[in-house]
Design a protein around this ligand. Structure first.
Ligand SMILES: Nc1ncnc2c1ncn2[C@@H]1O[C@H](COP(=O)(O)OP(=O)(O)OP(=O)(O)O)[C@@H](O)[C@H]1O
Length: 312
């Protein structure tokens, strides 16, 4: 069943076209990644989907029903973790989670258990009586997550939850999201970190300038581009004409020189590309040092489609 269906969504901020016929289809059980650089429209898309922001055109259905600002039956099944931490400074960790949970769960006994479970889940059990200002950035993010998920929603939106977070909290957050998914929640996860999205998400939409450029599993996305591994080779002597000669090899899609390092992108589907390249260098008497080989990444996909790097 499709939990999220977005068709031809258009959103303008004055002159700026933030969403340009944006489409999305997310099935129950997925961890769906919305991957795009800063400013590509991820937050705008989420806010429109949640009916927090008016849009100019398009159709949004959640759980098979039209979404609207007052669609409380839909909202009850949704959890939201926004990019900016939104908690009450004057409430403790426990009170904050309890406050947000109470928006959905009025029964006090039931809520006590849910709140404690959410606090345990994000690893804040030793901080229940702390006020937010006493928490580090990473712990504050975890509190933000606990507030968004305590009522056990079926569909959870997380907007860049790991930005500016220490590695320990980051791992805690990523593992927690996978755990929520194993327990049955469908996840929509926005990020500009391709490694995170590759590690976590079952399906990914690549976004740029308010559009979805490509959607699929990471394997499907990588299969869309004619790219094999990227081989980097540190040269010891003068490169001479070898870049041009490398480009002639059947396995090579492109070759360039960056300082004293050769960067060779191979074509897809070839076997023993690395061996073929190194054999050729030996044959041409080119002295080289360290060699690195890297399989295609989502950055390569992004680069191929948009002509620019996804990395910051
Ligand atoms: N309230 C606003 N008024 C005017 N322009 C806005 C507003 N909010 C966002 N924008 C612009 O719309 C575009 C999309 O922004 P959005 O925040 O949705 O992108 P994003 O992919 O979520 O990026 P980030 O990760 O930086 O939040 C950007 O060019 C941004 O500057």
């Amino acid at each position: 069943m499709a939990l999220v269906e977005v068709q031809n969504l258009v959103k303008r901020y004055g002159e700026l076209l933030a969403l340009d016929h944006f489409n999305l289809n997310i099935q129950e059980g997925e961890i769906f990644g919305l991957l795009g650089p800063n400013g590509s429209g991820k937050t705008t898309a989420i806010n429109c989907i949640l009916a927090l922001l008016k849009f100019d055109k398009g159709d949004i259905r959640l759980f098979g029903k039209p979404m609207a600002p007052n669609a409380y039956d839909i909202k009850r099944n949704i959890g939201v973790v926004m990019q900016n931490v939104a908690v009450f400074e004057e409430l403790t960790v426990y009170e904050n989670v309890d406050y947000f949970c109470a928006l959905y769960v009025p029964e006090r006994d039931k809520r006590r258990q849910l709140v404690q479970e959410a606090i345990d889940f994000v690893g804040l059990q030793d901080f229940c009586k702390f006020y937010p200002r006493k928490l580090s950035g990473g712990l504050l993010r975890r509190l933000n997550i606990a507030c968004g998920i305590a009522h056990k929603p079926r569909l959870i939106f997380l907007d860049e939850p790991t930005v500016a977070v220490d590695p320990q909290s980051r791992n805690n957050i990523l593992e927690g999201i996978a755990q929520l998914n194993r327990e049955g929640a469908t996840i929509v996860y926005t990020s500009h970190y391709m490694e995170e999205v590759e590690q976590l998400c079952t399906r990914i939409a690549i976004m740029d300038k308010g559009r979805t450029l490509a959607t699929g599993t990471k394997e499907e996305l990588k299969a869309m581009i004619n790219r094999g591994e990227t081989v980097r080779i540190d040269l010891e002597g003068q490169p001479g004409e070898i870049v041009a000669k490398l480009r002639e090899l059947p396995a090579v899609a492109s070759a360039k020189l960056e300082d004293h390092r050769l960067v060779v992108r191979c074509k897809a589907g070839g076997q023993h590309n690395l061996v073929a390249i190194l054999d050729a260098l030996r044959q041409w008497d080119v002295a080289f040092g360290r060699v690195f080989s890297e399989l295609p990444t989502l950055n390569d996909v992004f680069l191929e489609i948009t002509g620019k790097e996804l990395r910051d």
